[in-house]
Design a protein around this ligand. Structure first.
Ligand code: UDP
Length: 331
């Protein structure tokens, strides 16, 4: 039985891919994670599973990367640094992880002769798009180093497909949410912020008027897209992966059943809408999202206890945490 490598397999999306590969696809999996933002809790339920091997290693350090890819048949490359503010404050770390780490991973995958390589790309490459839903050919306009470095990683992957026939595809994910969405110290994705506020009876911090919309995509749909892309024979293609719709923050607040909100300033560089044009992936891979927003939010509420230890953000703390964002970015 061939081996699947999941880099960043202890992270939010990576751990869900590991679950699916082991529990449904009957694959052997090696997770490579440096645990900088991966969380051992995310793999705890598989700890004794004979099909899972977890290696703590940093892919940005080229020493010994080849050894980690011994027997690898397919690679799901999710290891990366996320979040906006730290990427503005510490760009070198983001280049190291997201660009050098991707380069080293590709080289090792090539040396191991893998038969599939899946890259986890980000819809943040579109920045402030002109057209909605946004197709893959839309201009690339990263607004901050996280978005830039994830896009540079994607360009390297596509270049390796072109020059070295690396059997790779890239999936540009839109606003992924689901159980295990990160809970650590950094001010980040809206679900974690709102769920921790709900648990602590604090008002939900709505940015601007809350009418901005996001293509919130449930993690099980994302996993389906990875599994489908891994099973296909497409090479050198980039696909948007989104829910098929776009939902306002006010709708989210309502579906969470929150009664108290407080408004905080709109952030520079953030789009009023994200919305994937998914016609390419529907056509080529026959994939489309199946979890609607209502169902997805319901599942988040079922798992709300996961955010019990997450930081509780107040407008004051957010203002402090985002001051470099306001200082450095402008619309
Ligand atoms: N958002 C919000 N309150 C918060 C954090 C985020 O209203 O405390 C909104 C934000 O304006 C955006 C959406 O939630 O419209 C998603 O934000 P997130 O940072 O998760 O993703 P991104 O803006 O990168 O799409």
């Amino acid at each position: 039985m061939g081996l699947d490598i999941v880099t960043g397999g202890a992270g939010f999306i990576g751990s869900h891919i590991v679950d699916r590969l082991i529990q449904t696809e009957n694959r052997d999996v090696r997770v490579i994670d440096n645990f900088s933002n991966g969380d051992p809790r995310n793999l705890e339920h598989l700890r004794a599973h004979p099909s899972l091997e977890v290696v703590t290693a940093d892919l940005a350090d080229p020493t010994d990367v080849d050894r980690l890819f011994d027997r690898a048949e397919r690679v799901f490359h999710l290891a990366a640094l996320a979040d906006i503010v730290p990427s503005i404050e510490r760009p070198a770390e983001y280049f190291r992880s997201n660009v050098n780490g991707t380069f080293n991973t590709l080289q090792a995958a090539r040396n191991a002769n893998v038969r599939r390589f899946l890259y986890a790309a980000s819809s943040t490459c579109y920045g402030l798009p002109d057209s909605f839903p946004t197709p893959e050919e839309a201009p690339i306009r990263p607004q901050y180093p996280y978005a830039l470095t994830k896009n540079l990683g994607e360009q390297i992957v596509m270049h390796w497909a072109q020059v070295y026939q690396m059997p790779a595809v890239s999936l540009r994910m839109f606003n992924v949410y689901g159980p295990r969405a990160r809970t650590s110290g950094t001010y980040g994705a809206v679900f974690g912020v709102f769920l921790a506020q709900l648990l602590n009876n604090e008002p939900l911090t709505v940015v601007g008027d809350g009418e901005q919309t996001r293509d919130f995509t449930f993690v099980s749909d994302i996993v389906d897209a990875f599994i489908t892309a891994a099973a296909s024979d497409r090479i050198g293609e980039i696909y948007n992966v989104g829910s098929g719709g776009t939902y306002s923050i006010n709708q989210l607040v309502e579906k969470l059943g929150a009664t108290e909100t407080i408004h905080i300033p709109k952030r520079p560089g953030e789009p009023d809408c994200t919305w994937a044009d998914t016609s390419k992936i529907e056509r080529d891979l026959a994939w489309r999202a199946v979890i609607d927003f209502e169902t997805g939010v319901g599942k988040m509420l079922e798992h709300i206890e996961y955010w019990r230890d997450a930081p509780v953000w107040t407008p004051e703390k957010i203002a402090e945490a985002t001051h470099t964002w306001f200082e450095r970015l402008s619309n």
